[in-house]
Design a protein around this ligand. Structure first.
Ligand SMILES: Cc1cc2nc3c(=O)[nH]c(=O)nc-3n(C[C@H](O)[C@H](O)[C@H](O)COP(=O)(O)OP(=O)(O)OC[C@H]3O[C@@H](n4cnc5c(N)ncnc54)[C@H](O)[C@@H]3O)c2cc1C
Length: 429
């Protein structure tokens, strides 16, 4: 049986390993003490704190196939409103065009401008999210709606991110339906993608894979040489194929000695630093309903968003408790994510009190910093991916997968892992 060494036990590497494991001898090497990478969960006094990803969308068939293989039943999020912050208060996101027209979410002229969207011209192949949004829905919607959404998904800067790479569906709406409204008309009645997780938090997913494939934690890969030899802190290993599933910067360090050009291309992908402050609080009349709130940059708040985990995930907190999760930092405020944990906690508490009123002190909390949290698919990203794939093709038996290629969302990492497993299998056949 051919031996495949996978470097990195995040969801990309673990999914690849799981989809390969039926007919290959697979071992996953993980530098850190635990598996999961950006998907790990801690439980403190009955509060489920996801250190990174909070869930994934259910519209990717590969996710269903993976969960089925693992015998896992997804946890659906509880129904409830979503909010955007305006003037330091929560404003519910309207459910349809009628409600949008009368909602205070944007100034009247901003709302009317959104309804001109079907008459706006199609843009160039690659442009920033800000250029796309300004043209299609206007400046007010960019500032009040699109900007917060970009923060929520990418912790990113709409002026830097490529709409084609970061929001391919938005570009497709314009190309295939002429407008966002045209797409909505064509898809009327269809249920939009829903967020899902697992009863014990997102970390249940890597844990379940690690029950089935061999994962060695605390083993840092220090080099790879064609043939393939994998050098690690625990000695060297031979492999028929190597799947590099470490983040872009770690992959750069390992591959630059072999292929400086590939190293340069991997190093050209910027990342946004983020911090996650999870709060376990006493339940009370202050507890909000719904999913959470995103914050436009014009608001005088520090957090990018607050998720109401206590009303999103059943069983995520004790009966007398309520969980909140604040995201800080991001591409527009990179220094903030590096602040001291106590300072991050203080900003989070100040902001949740501004938004939710008389919130008591947390009984338990956790601050997790992700210095290279989310890869930023800036303008030109798709060409950078092509450049990386070109170099990868010159090294038979070396395969690259990870959140910096083909989408950082958990569902994309799983889909790319499944595709990568097929590629490795085909190459080894
Ligand atoms: C705070 C945060 C919130 C997020 N929220 C969501 C969300 O709600 N929904 C969603 O869909 N996505 C979310 N994402 C994105 C998603 O979680 C990530 O893009 C995805 O988990 C990345 O998986 P990965 O396997 O590609 O990389 P990683 O998770 O980074 O895993 C790579 C692994 O490689 C290991 N490694 C590095 N170097 C070496 C080496 N030399 N030797 C061996 N191992 C090595 C690392 O230790 C790490 O464990 C979030 C991301 C962050 C940071």
């Amino acid at each position: 049986m051919a031996r495949v060494v996978v470097i990195g036990a995040g969801v990309s590497g673990l999914s690849t390993a799981e989809f390969l494991s039926d007919d290959h001898d697979v071992v996953v090497l993980e530098a850190g003490p635990r598996i999961g990478g950006s998907i790990t969960t801690d439980v403190h006094d009955g509060f489920v704190f996801n250190r990174g990803a909070n869930g994934w969308l259910d519209d990717e068939p590969a996710v269903g196939r993976l969960l089925e293989r693992l015998g896992l039943t997804p946890l659906k999020h509880l129904p409830g409103p979503r909010y955007v912050v305006k003037d330091q208060a929560l404003v519910e996101l309207p459910g349809g065009p009628g409600a949008f027209l009368t909602s205070p979410i944007l100034p009247l002229m901003g709302r009317l401008r959104v309804f001109c969207e079907p008459f706006m011209p199609t843009g160039p192949n690659d442009e920033s999210v800000a250029q796309y949004a300004r043209r299609r829905v206007g400046q007010a919607a960019l500032d009040g709606l699109v900007g917060p959404m970009v923060s929520g998904v990418w912790a990113g800067d709409p002026r830097a991110l490529s709409v084609t790479a970061a929001f391919p569906k938005m570009k497709k709406m314009e190309r295939e339906h002429g407008s966002i409204f045209g797409y909505m008309r064509a898809n009327k009645g269809k249920t939009p993608a829903q967020l899902q997780s697992l009863p014990g938090g997102t970390g249940d997913l890597p844990d379940a894979i690690a029950q089935r494939v061999e994962v060695r934690t605390g083993v840092r890969v220090t080099g790879v040489t064609p043939g393939w030899t994998v050098e690690t802190t625990e000695g060297s290993m031979q492999a028929d194929a190597v799947v590099m599933a470490a983040p872009a910067d770690a992959a750069r360090q390992l591959l630059a000695p072999l292929d400086p050009e590939l190293g340069g291309r991997l190093g050209a992908i910027p990342h946004a630093a983020v911090a996650v402050v999870s709060l376990g609080l006493p339940r009370g009349s202050w507890c909000p309903e719904g999913f959470g709130a995103l914050v436009p940059r014009s608001e005088p708040l520090g957090v990018l968003g607050v998720l109401f985990t206590g009303s999103t995930w059943e069983g995520s907190c004790p009966d007398d408790g309520f969980g909140l999760r604040c995201i800080l930092g991001g591409a527009l405020n990179p220094m903030q994510a590096g602040l001291d944990p106590q300072e991050l906690l203080a900003i989070a508490m100040r902001d949740v009190r501004t938004l939710l009123g008389d919130v008591p002190d947390p009984t338990v909390h956790q601050v997790v910093k992700h210095p290279r949290g989310i890869p930023q698919y800036t303008i030109g990203h798709l060409s950078r991916e092509v450049g990386i794939r070109e170099r990868e093709d010159t090294w038979p038996g070396l395969f690259l997968v990870g959140s910096y290629l083909g989408g950082p969302a958990v569902k994309s990492c799983i889909a790319n892992g499944e595709r990568m497993a097929d590629e490795v299998r085909a190459w080894l056949a």
